[in-house]
Design a protein around this ligand. Structure first.
Ligand code: GAL
Length: 711
């Protein structure tokens, strides 16, 4: 280890210690919310000119790999991009072997030429750091940089993501390449931002990672006695009497406390891995250059709230794979990503028709990709980028969709992108400084997601399906929903819904109770507040710290083999998959729904309770509801909390979104069906794509219109 490596390892440990101390002082925030204790990267280079290439408000992009093609071809590609109104390209994210062909020998001349040539075609650049694909010279000479899988096997060269995210040596190489790139391009006026690495995903299960995990636990728990107590290790003789005995909590069954901490450790480690590169770039980069990384939607491999913290903006890769786009799931995922930073985000990759990795790589219908692009914008994306521009002639993704074929000429799909580009150019300016504003928030927590996944209790329990069902019902009515971390400021929301917030420690409960006390409406779904921050069962029945405010509790939970009838205030329907028998304490809570005849235990028992608390209300829904009943529950939630729709009535299959700002409101209306749909507007508005005022609109199959409402 050279001096810098040692310093970085020390830094990793010291940063953990500091973070834990801050957490301890702050009174037991969960580990998933650890502040990164490293000094925030705010240093600006002295010669920061602050020059701003004022890029368009809505950007359209393509992932371009100039390193795969002769220089003589670049101008042709860029001219074709410009003709399609493509305003940015992301480059570099896998080009390490071109940027550093041998150890310590950097070559950025070709990249600078490509960036300059792009500028001539008004194509701005997002620069990817190439660290998801270390070159062969590196992994051959330093095999210790290669990742170890959960099976104990070392990754081989020839794929990507084959590095170990904790390897000090690998971090050193990342630091160097990112820093060298920033020295060269941090002031380049055509570089508008940075993407760190690409789709963080695979942790390493090597010995060094294990040692770090053990140190991390030591800092967090202080003593083994404390850890043993929190994890109830007396169970099955799991008691540890030396930190070095604690395994990585990766694959397979193990103590739920250990498993949850391991996921938090992975989150912390990815944030730290990322910070290494942010620290390398920031001192040399203009302030105007943003730093992001590209997430994978609902990927559960790390806590995205933790990893987003140091980024300037969140971005994600929106792939459908097999089948057609599900507008609810896709809208939900946009809203999740908007919630990471509570601001607009980018779609950093999306599919140009088809992918190559699904079981059946069908091509999306004509117009469907355009509908997806506008849906993204409606939900707060400021950029949409297609992966990839042109098929690489060899390599693993030869069959993937592109805009240009291997022959270098546009494929038919290119024209759909061109239409999107034309429209972005036409109306993009109206979107500047606008963002969605919602009255409803859904709470999403990685701790709860992991805790339930570790012990599903019924393999039919699908958290994402439950979240999507709540989302779809609420979004249909409110037409705008935020998806946020439970610790977020909730003051602005009329309605806050937590479909299954299983890990709900005391400080989170206090936060939610403050919201209700001040007049908020909180709705909890099944499995709520069962666990503390160590993933241990609470000694109060569900919903633990919230039970008093609810004036009721869960008496017993049941995984269902068959549906159970429900009836009451919301009419008749069924509980599916999961049902909790509720009890109202001293008749405090009002019973809204009861179970019908079932397993004997549930018969006639309360299924939904509601109770006024402070100036607000808390409601507990103890069952997974069938779709019809979910609609009725959503009607009740919306009416009861005074939520109003962002736009107004639209036919089924038409999705509307609203962005606000600068004294204006913009509605994006997308028809996700293959039939024409007629929509009446509340009053005449400027239809920006059509270019005139309208009081109604006929949307063709997958049709889109954008309305400017200045009233
Ligand atoms: C993404 C990845 C891209 C490309 C794409 C293909 O996950 O970031 O590099 O592989 O998938 O769909």
């Amino acid at each position: 280890m050279n001096l810098r490596e040692r310093l970085r390892v020390m830094f990793f440990c010291i940063s953990s210690v500091l973070a834990m101390t801050i957490v301890a002082l702050a009174g037991f925030l969960p580990a998933s919310l650890f502040a990164h204790a490293r000094k925030p990267a705010t240093i600006q280079a002295e010669n920061d000119t602050g020059a701003i290439t004022h890029h368009p408000a809505l950007l359209l992009g393509a992932a371009w790999y100039p390193e795969q093609w002769p220089e003589s071809r670049w101008d042709k590609d860029l001219a074709l991009m410009e003709a399609a109104h493509i305003t940015f390209a992301r480059v570099g994210e896998f080009a390490w072997s071109r940027m550093e062909p041998s150890e310590g020998k950097f070559d950025f001349d070709w990249l600078e030429k490509a960036i300059d040539m792009a500028a001539q075609h008004h194509v701005a650049i997002v620069l990817g750091t190439p660290t998801a694909a270390p070159p062969a010279w590196l992994t051959q000479k330093y095999p210790d940089t290669l990742r170890i899988g959960p099976d104990g096997r070392r990754a081989q060269h020839g794929n990507r993501q084959h590095f170990s995210f904790t390897s000090p040596r690998y971090r050193e190489f990342c630091w160097q390449i990112a820093g060298e790139m920033a020295k060269r391009f941090g002031h380049n006026p055509n570089v508008i931002g940075w993407q760190i690495d690409n789709e963080y995903a695979e942790p390493s299960y090597d010995d060094y990672t294990k040692q770090l995990f053990q140190q991390w636990l030591k800092v967090k728990y202080g003593t083994l006695a404390n850890l043993n107590d929190r994890w109830t290790t007396a169970y099955w003789s799991q008691t540890y009497d030396n930190w070095s005995e604690i395994p990585l909590g990766g694959e397979g069954p193990n103590n739920p406390g250990l498993k949850l901490e391991f996921m938090r450790f992975i989150s912390h480690t990815w944030a730290d891995y990322q910070q290494n590169q942010i620290d390398a770039i920031r001192p040399y980069a203009d302030k105007r250059q943003f730093i992001t990384t590209n997430f994978m939607g609902f990927f559960e491999g790390f806590d995205h709230y933790v990893v987003s913290r140091a980024l300037d903006l969140a971005s994600w890769d929106d792939y459908v794979g097999e089948g057609q786009v599900n507008p609810d799931m896709n809208g939900l995922t946009h809203d999740l990503n908007r919630g990471f930073k509570h601001k607009n985000f980018w779609v950093m990759e999306t599919q140009p028709g088809a992918v190559n990795w699904a079981d059946i790589n069908n091509f999306l219908n004509r117009g469907e990709v355009r509908a997806m692009a506008w849906q993204a914008i409606g939900h707060g994306a400021d950029a949409v980028e297609y992966w990839q521009w042109r098929s690489a002639l060899n390599g693993q993704e030869q069959y993937h969709g592109t805009l240009v074929g291997p022959d270098g000429t546009p494929v038919p799909f290119y024209n759909e992108v061109k239409d999107i580009g034309r429209d972005f150019a036409k109306v993009g300016g109206d979107f500047r400084d606008t963002t969605p504003v919602s009255q409803v928030a859904l709470l999403y927590s990685y701790d709860s997601r992991w805790a339930i996944d570790f012990q599903q209790h019924t393999d039919k329990y699908d958290q994402l399906a439950l979240l999507r069902d709540y989302y779809a019902a609420l979004r249909k009515r409110a037409q705008s929903v935020d998806v946020v971390n439970p610790y977020s400021n909730l003051d602005a929301y009329k309605l806050v819904v937590a479909p299954d917030l299983n890990v709900l420690p005391k400080d989170m409960a206090q936060h939610l109770l403050d919201y209700v006390r001040q007049g908020g409406n909180l709705v909890l779904g099944p499995r709520s507040d069962m666990k503390d921050q160590y993933n241990a069962l609470l000694t109060q029945r569900q919903p633990g710290y919230l039970a008093d405010a609810l004036g009721g509790r869960v008496e017993q939970y049941y995984a269902l083999l068959n549906d159970v009838p429900l009836s009451g205030e919301w009419g008749n329907g069924n509980a599916t998959i999961w049902a909790e028998q509720l009890g109202a304490a001293n008749g405090d809570a009002q019973v809204l729904m009861r179970y019908g005849a079932s397993n004997g235990w549930l018969d006639g028992q309360p299924a939904v309770l509601t109770h006024r608390y402070g100036k607000g209300r808390i409601t507990y829904i103890g069952a997974i509801l069938d779709p019809d009943l979910m609609s009725k529950a959503a009607d009740w939630m919306v009416a009861q909390s005074g939520v109003t729709p962002a736009f107004g009535s639209v036919p089924d299959g038409v999705y509307v979104s609203r962005r606000e700002g600068e004294g204006k409101r913009i509605f994006v209306m997308v028809n996700f069906t293959r039939e024409e749909k007629h929509v009446e507007l509340r009053h005449a508005m400027q239809a920006l794509l059509a270019g005139h005022e309208e009081s109604s609109v006929d949307l063709a199959a997958y049709g889109v219109e954008v309305f400017l409402d200045q009233r």
